[in-house]
Design a protein around this ligand. Structure first.
Ligand code: KIV
Length: 259
């Protein structure tokens, strides 16, 4: 049974992957992955949208339930989608509460820095564990216009470091650092007493996370430079389905064994 206690600054790295349904959750949990994130990246890799903006609270709750079905003992963090936590803290508490009570999640993740700390504190006061997310924050796509590495200029560096300190002081149990220069990932990791989980943040964060589909080669559109593909499920799926079609056309399936 996994719990929030795995998020400690130990020597052993914390290994995370995203999950969106029963299959992704069960395979991750059988592989011994430490914790699962029901990422709003499901809008892209699962629903085929071009960004994460259209993902709804209801979708996240539903997928969170599917992930819980596949990984009953895992520590599951569910992303709060666009505009479900930045309007008012009380609305954020109600929405996050649904992730926990209806979606069966253990914690929620929110994107943003110093500017969202008031809401983060309120969520934690309501006994909802919160994970932060800094650097490339995909819900900001309409504001930024493209997905890019964050933290190259001095202002962005200062914002990232200040925000990490403020989020830690607000009480988050961990922070995801996405697509930032390695030296900033290292500096933030050394400056706060909660674990950092990197995705494109270099080698020195306390843990790493990747999108399930990127690890297994099961998405056709985006191959982020910072991810590594360990399998090619896409090619296997296409080959398998083509073989199925051919066997039916050739009268080989169903055979006697399948009756
Ligand atoms: O939605 C997601 O998959 C994420 C990860 C990239 C950290 O937030």
């Amino acid at each position: 049974m996994s719990s929030i206690r795995i998020f400690s600054k130990k020597k052993k790295p914390i290994v995370m992957v995203t999950a969106y349904d029963y299959v992704s959750a069960k395979t991750a949990s059988e592989a011994g992955i430490n914790a699962l994130l029901v990422g709003d990246s499901l809008g892209m890799v699962y629903a085929g949208d071009k960004n994460t903006i259209k993902v709804s609270l209801e979708q996240m709750i539903l997928h969170s339930r599917y992930v819980r079905n596949g990984a009953p003992d895992a520590f599951i963090i569910t992303d709060m989608p666009f505009l479900t936590y930045k309007i008012t803290p009380s609305r954020a508490i109600l929405n996050a509460g649904k992730m926990i009570t209806e979606g069966n999640a253990d914690a929620v993740k929110v994107e943003g820095g110093t500017e969202i700390c008031r809401t983060v504190k309120k969520l934690i006061q309501a006994d909802i564990p919160v994970m932060g997310h800094l650097g490339l924050t995909p819900q900001g796509i309409l504001k930024f216009g493209k997905y890019r590495k964050v933290g190259k200029g001095m202002d962005e560096r200062k914002y990232l470091l200040r925000s990490a300190l403020d989020l830690a002081a607000a009480g988050v149990f961990s922070i995801v650092l996405e697509s930032i220069p390695e030296e900033i990932g290292t500096e933030i990791t050394r400056s706060i007493n909660i674990p950092t989980i990197g995705i494109g943040a270099g080698r020195h964060t306390d843990g790493q996370i990747l999108v399930w589909n990127d690890v297994l080669g099961f998405y056709d559109r985006l191959r982020p430079r910072f991810s590594k593909q360990y399998k090619d499920l896409w090619s296997d799926a296409v080959k398998g389905l083509a073989e199925y079609k051919k066997e039916i056309e050739e009268g080989k399936f169903p055979s006697e064994k399948n009756i």
